[in-house]
Design a protein around this ligand. Structure first.
Ligand code: SF4
Length: 89
């Protein structure tokens, strides 16, 4: 492509990524959900998601929490007020 007349890839204005409306909506929705659960990104005493009955796959550092009020991905070291011990088999 010619430098003089045609479009040049380098002439395009590259804009910084920005959150869209859906991101703001989800952020608000998930923020309220996290607030309601008192969700934290760290353990509480000896309790964390990894040792909670609702943490679906204990082999993973991030897994699905199937608590009916959450149903989101959480980290193994997170915690919320609905933590429940895994029953002994
Ligand atoms: S219920 Fe709470 S503590 Fe248990 S896995 Fe879900 S977010 Fe973690």
């Amino acid at each position: 492509m010619s430098e003089s007349g045609g479009e040049n890839l380098y002439d395009e204005v590259i804009s910084a990524p920005e959150p869209q409306q859906i991101d703001e909506e989800l952020s608000t929705k998930l923020g309220l959900l996290a607030e309601d659960a008192i969700l934290r990104g760290r353990p509480y005493q000896s309790e964390d998601c990894h040792t909670c009955v609702y943490y679906l796959d204990t082999d993973k550092d991030v897994s699905y929490c199937w608590h009916p009020k959450l149903r989101i991905l959480v980290g193994a070291e997170w915690w919320c007020q609905w933590w429940e011990e895994i029953p002994a088999e």
